[in-house]
Design a protein around this ligand. Structure first.
Ligand SMILES: [Zn+2]
Length: 183
């Protein structure tokens, strides 16, 4: 289940240095240890087990990376099946998706004319997934949560591309886009 040869580490509680943080409140983004809980000053109903929170967030990143890696081969099949107009329309959409992500994540929307957009998209997801893995291995729930905005941006674009890969009618792309982005 865990990456080979790597162990899960915990952060120390900010109030009780001899204790590990094991619970997390995702609303306040504060972590707590068992001693915190025993002090009765914490509402346990608002807490989740940190390892569980981190595992779920990291699993989402792994799944997203997998989906991004699969786009290229799925596209190879579909472009043969749907033909040249569809291929051109899809190319516009994937370049727009990548440009949008680069703009939101780095403030630089530019894509080179010869850039392999499938590869660039995978690299974007891969880099954040590596960050997520490091936070996961150190049970840094709050750091994993800071990646959530990037995750949502990438996830929406990849879900959109996956959906239009299943849509042979180019004129329906706009409708699909609206259903995902509420534009
Ligand atoms: Zn504590």
């Amino acid at each position: 289940m865990f990456p080979l040869g790597q162990n899960i580490r915990f952060q120390k509680c900010q109030w009780h240095q001899d204790q590990n943080q094991v619970y997390y409140n995702s609303d306040t983004r504060v972590s707590y240890c068992d001693t915190c809980i025993a002090s009765d000053k914490v509402n346990v109903n608002e807490l989740i087990v940190s390892t569980k929170y981190c595992q779920e967030a990291y699993d989402n990143w792994k799944k997203l990376l997998n989906q991004s890696q699969y786009l290229s081969s799925e596209h190879e099949q579909k472009e043969k099946e749907y033909g040249i107009p569809w291929r051109s329309a899809f190319k516009v959409e994937i370049r727009s998706a990548l440009s949008h992500l680069k703009h939101r994540l780095f403030g630089r929307p530019d894509i080179d004319e010869n850039e392999d957009v499938f590869n660039s998209l995978v690299n974007l997801v891969y880099n954040s997934k590596q960050d997520a893995e490091s936070f996961f291995l150190n049970t840094q729930s709050d750091m994993l949560q800071t990646l959530q905005e990037s995750y949502d941006l990438m996830h929406n674009q990849i879900i959109y591309l996956k959906k239009i890969l299943k849509e042979p009618e180019v004129k329906k792309f706009a409708e699909i886009k609206q259903s995902i982005f509420n534009e």
